[in-house]
Design a protein around this ligand. Sequence first.
Ligand SMILES: Nc1ncnc2c1ncn2[C@@H]1O[C@H](COP(=O)(O)OP(=O)(O)OP(=O)(O)O)[C@@H](O)[C@H]1O
Length: 724
Amino acid sequence: MASPFYNRYIPPQAKSPDLSDPSRPTKKRKKSKSAPPISSQQTKPREKSPEIAALNCYNDGDAQVGSIGNEAVDHHVAIRNRHKSMLDKYDKAAKKSAELADERTVAAEDDEGERQEDAIDVEEHGLEPLPQPAPAKEDRKISAFSALPEWLQAPKLVKSTDTVPFEELSLRRDTLTALGKKGYSAAFAIQSAVLPMLLPGPKQHSGDICISAATGSGKTLAYTLPMVQSLREKPVTRLRGLIVVPTRELVNQVRESLDLCSAGSGLKIATAVGSKPLKEEQELLVEKGQRYDPEAYKAEQEKEIDEDEELMDWDFDKKFGSNDYLELFYNHVVVYTSRIDILICTPGRLVEHIQSTTGFTLEHVQWLVIDEADRLLDESFQQWIDVVLPGLEYVRPPDALHPSRSNTSHLFRRREVRKIILSATMTRDISKLMTLNLKRPKFVVLEGGSQKLANEEEDSPIADEGGRVEVPSTLKEYGVPISEHSTQDKPLYLIELLETKSNPPVSKRRRSSTIPADKSEASDSDTSSDSDDGSQNSDLLSKSDRISNLAAAGADPTSHGTLVFTESNEQAVRLARLLALLRPSWQIGTLTKSTAGSSGRKTLAAFRKRKLSILIASDRASRGLDIPDLAQVVNYDMPKSATSYVHRVGRTARAGKAGEAITLVLHNQGKWFWKDRSGIVKSDVLVRGPDKRVGRRNLAINMSEEERGNYEKALQTLGEEANG
Ligand SMILES: Nc1ncnc2c1ncn2[C@@H]1O[C@H](COP(=O)(O)OP(=O)(O)OP(=O)(O)O)[C@@H](O)[C@H]1O
């Protein structure tokens, strides 16, 4: 039988695509017309080697065997036997090779088929990455990964342009008249959004409200107006409105707003800040009287008092002022009634009254306002909440009003108080907000001109979780770099600024003894300098340039005064003294912790009335203070955070008016101020309008020998005074 080996052609091995071949066109996958498909290549007969030819000759010669002699046949058989094993092996190898070639051909055909399909609609590309579709935009409003509850994640957003006339806000006619007299015709955006939520009507929200709105956006009226309108109808005087703010100055300011809204209402409003002796304040808050009540009197007499324990716990002088029991008529008991409807206070003083003023109770409180809430929820402040909140959660039965009958706590009934929580830098720290035990809370956020972050890059998680902070859109911001070699001249930079600003608070005539005017002011240039401290970038302008720059800055002729912030009370006092030594004619005031109280109030009033042109203050003045038409804020010392910066600079550019904020930037603060995401210019949390930038204002201090001598003498005097 003929061996298949002899009868078949072994096809030449089709060259399969070598995947490891770097020359293989990996990207250029378009079908090449010149290269025929591998499957269609002709398989040519393999050339027979001489050896195979010889073997075939044996095979082919089967038919001839008979004609050849036996000897010859034997010879052939011998040869064939001798080569049989070798031929078998060859046969097997050829068979395997043929199978392999078949497989490769099939694979090559499949591959080519795919290539042809691809070639139909695939464009030719180089080695550059293929363009990818833009990633789908994430809806940042509600994130499945955020730990925030939904009410914080999806706030009610208020556009700064959405304002309505007060007439449309269901306010009483006399309130409208009072607002009109003050020159307020339309409600600001945050007021337009919040008032309907707090006043009776279809949009009223029956829960608590957290408000985040820029400095100077009018948050105070947003709660004083509805609170007054709601409480004025009540016939009996009881403490029903409680407003807590962090500083005495703010207490007085809120008082002014309440006085405006409550004119003619008969509501009694008081403040508690610790500026008066406690006893005096107690008498203002609570009235002591007696009531005929034989039953209660008898119970009182029979009540067993563990005197030792009571005496240890009670401070009679503080608690009662005088001995109540001796003054009592027969069959009468002591009763305390509130003298006020609304109390505005600092948290420390509030706690003192809760703990020490007999008859002072929060049980009738219906409105609790916490202004500058992020500050008041800070760890350093927070303990007051633990004292205040329990007093707001329950109503005591009438008997429990008397201190000796406080064992009726099991009769207490749960009640609801409307809570309004506000700040320009409202926290979204849920652990802090939870301490307030909010009910059905709603988060209202005032959007500014832009919701873009200052760094104009992707939204950051910090901003999402911590809340963004709007810089007033009418504010112009600048940084003044102070080089390493000029650090000791920092007070002179301040003087230079004050004397050259657009609406100088002080006469420039005095400058003849200090700095040549031509070299003092420089451009309001962009933040483009590479130098962190700007010391390499003193591109001084000519005098005419300076004047045109200042005119372009749009100085508001009605604005007035400069508020200078220092890092501490001591620094404020020292700086004020140094300025007084160097510029004795300037009208300078200080507002620090030590000047709080009546002297601080007088200083602030004088500044507001323009009797002072410069107010030097510590950070206690950074929150909430409203100085209408303040022209300028100067951060003499760098604020500690972007939040602190926002509150400081927010003392100007309020209520839509123009304002300017200038920060002195020492060389070692430059990186943080200009470049860090935790800093000011590229901040992760500050939001500025689309074309708002922090300008770089370069100043140069050029002093004569005499001026330098005066400066050093003033520093020496300051040092001597400090050392006593
Ligand atoms: N509807 C209004 N029309 C005109 N002026 C208003 C109106 N509402 C408030 N103002 C004025 O705007 C200024 C800023 O208001 P307010 O002090 O309430 O701001 P704020 O949002 O509490 O600021 P901050 O966060 O700094 O405490 C005040 O001088 C206030 O009298």
